[in-house]
Ligand binder design. Structure first.
Ligand code: HEC
Ligand code: HEC
Length: 208
């Protein structure tokens, strides 16, 4: 399924980049390569290219900050240091995800920083929370050492509150089973939890 999206995303990116750089596209000399790079000393063009690239993110992460697919994380309002680390990790392969590794490779280092800054400054999207939160599972106190009170995140660890159940429980499973390896702390903590405990935590956090 992910593979089927691939050509579409690629085409959208190229088209958007072409619109952002009409001068170069009109020359007809070449279709903008990925990563599209602005001419040196042309901040306006750089800004337009960045804007076009960030629009592509919205196709999956949501134009209003709410991804249509529940397995895709909300990135609006996440901590800037966390966003930047993830983009670097996708790019280097330390975090393994086909689409995101491709997306992050389409951004220059400066654009990665700008993307992290831009999404972190947006407000966490309000959305209806299904059920009233139950009382926290016992392990919540451990998580809050890093993820903060109410799971809103901080310099040490990202916001989790309100992230969707499907994404959370899968992220936790991947740490536990060694598929996501970009945080030794998280791997150790998740390995120590039974699947049912992870599900209960994910359920609780998604309702915050
Ligand atoms: C084709 C769909 C798609 C597009 C386009 C896309 N993403 Fe993603 N993104 C995903 C999915 C799916 C994940 C979850 C990956 C995983 O499970 O490891 C993700 C994860 C992320 C994460 C990690 C969030 C977290 O909570 O750990 C960041 C940051 C991110 N994307 C930023 C971006 C940016 C910036 C762009 C645009 C340059 C972008 N994405 C474009 C699908 C997409
Ligand atoms: C020692 C600090 C620490 C503790 C304790 C901790 N975490 Fe984390 N957690 C992190 C860090 C750091 C990350 C980001 C890892 C990375 O760079 O990808 C993270 C990431 C996550 C993610 C992935 C977020 C995303 O958007 O992809 C989930 C889910 C998560 N933690 C759940 C938990 C739960 C549930 C607990 C308690 C049972 C917990 N964590 C305890 C530090 C911690």
């Amino acid at each position: 399924m992910i593979n089927n999206h691939f050509p579409t995303v690629f085409a959208v990116l190229v088209i958007l980049a072409a619109q952002a750089a009409p001068v170069r596209a009109a020359e007809g000399a070449h279709i903008p390569e990925v990563p599209a790079v602005a001419s040196p000393g042309n901040p306006a063009e750089a800004q337009a290219i960045l804007g076009a690239k960030l629009l592509v993110c919205n196709t999956c992460h949501g134009a209003d900050g709410v991804p249509r697919n529940v397995g895709t994380p909300i990135i609006w309002g996440l901590q800037e240091n966390y966003l930047l680390k993830q983009l670097h990790d996708f790019q280097s392969g330390d975090r393994n995800n086909e689409v995101m590794s491709w997306m992050s490779t389409a951004l220059t280092p400066a654009e990665l920083s700008a993307a992290a800054a831009s999404f972190s400054k947006k407000s966490w999207p309000a959305r209806p929370v299904a059920a009233a939160s139950a009382s926290p599972p016992g392990t919540a106190a451990v998580c809050q050492i890093c993820h903060q009170q109410n799971f809103v995140g901080g310099p040490a660890a990202p916001r989790l509150a309100g992230q969707r159940y499907e994404y959370l429980v899968e992220a936790m499973r991947r740490f536990a089973e060694g598929e996501r390896t970009n945080s030794a702390d998280m791997t150790n903590i998740m390995k120590a939890m039974a699947p049912a405990e992870r599900e209960a935590m994910a359920r609780y956090i998604s309702g915050l």
